[in-house]
Design a protein around this ligand. Sequence first.
Ligand code: FAD
Length: 310
Amino acid sequence: MASLVLAEHNNSTLSEATARAVTAARHLGEPVHVLIAGSGCGGAADEAVLLQGVDTVVVADDPRYAHMLAEPVAMLILSLASGYASVLAPATANGKNILPRVAALLDVPQISDVTRILSPDHFERPAYAGSVIETVAAPDGKKVLTVRVSAFAPAPSGGAALMVSIPPAADPGLSEFLDETPALSGRPELSSAKIVVAGGRGLHTAENFHHLERIADKLGAAVGASRAAVDAGFAANACQIGQTGQSVAPDLYLALGISGAIQHLAGIKDAKVIVAINKDEEAPIFGIADYGLVADLFQALPELELALGK
Ligand code: FAD
């Protein structure tokens, strides 16, 4: 029996989240297969073949998988599941959408947000916004796991896996792709960015948030936000970091006008260096920041932008 990793990709390239999920799968001690479900996805499959630790890349190339709709992709995984001890996916929007459906169809519990694999049936995962790490034992039978990508290093390239093509599975016909408007920011992907510049309610307006975006662009950084900033309409939903948003693990995290609520901190615990600017010296963010500046953002941001422009 092997472990099957559902790949995250855009058909032509593989997301780094897949390489990280492969590392997690290797801890299960079984051969690792990567499933590329997509349409015109040869480029992504070619990249998966090169990941070290991958034994086989299974490619289902069909228009019905072009947009990773949960219903047809779950049916595809179900059609393959008898050959696998475990099915894993990165805990991304796709993984969180598809794997619970797979678990339900297999009638097994899903273990979500795995941060450490202790054995093939014992896992660590955060609970209560990351303030507790629980160890869970999975019952006998197939394991369905979503993994926190920030907790696992990406598998390096240099492998030479086998590639096999498989036909599509039956489409349950429950969903139809209508439209999507991609955000064409050109910035790095938030979950794997090396630098993240994040803003909170302290920025006060969406206009001020653009100021932060200019600083992010100067640093080649991804843009993140607290939930309060997203709720206030300063930033898009996809920028939210924290318990109910994304987890990030950058080398440098800049928190601008973010108080540091526990639900926000849950998403940045793997950041290496945290720099905070806040006008309140008692703000909890200073409790975890490596560098803190007590200052008014409206003075500090123009100075920072000017300094970065030099
Ligand atoms: P605030 O707490 O209002 O902080 C704003 C900060 O800006 C303050 O510290 C203030 O001193 C500073 N400030 C104001 N003006 C200036 C200025 N001019 N210059 C410098 N600093 C200034 N939150 C998340 O972020 N992510 C989540 O995923 C998340 N999930 C949640 C899930 C649940 C179930 C719940 C209950 C809450 C969740 N929250 C989440 C919300 C969280 O509790 C906080 O409310 C939120 O993080 C606060 O965002 P903030 O720090 O931007 O705002």
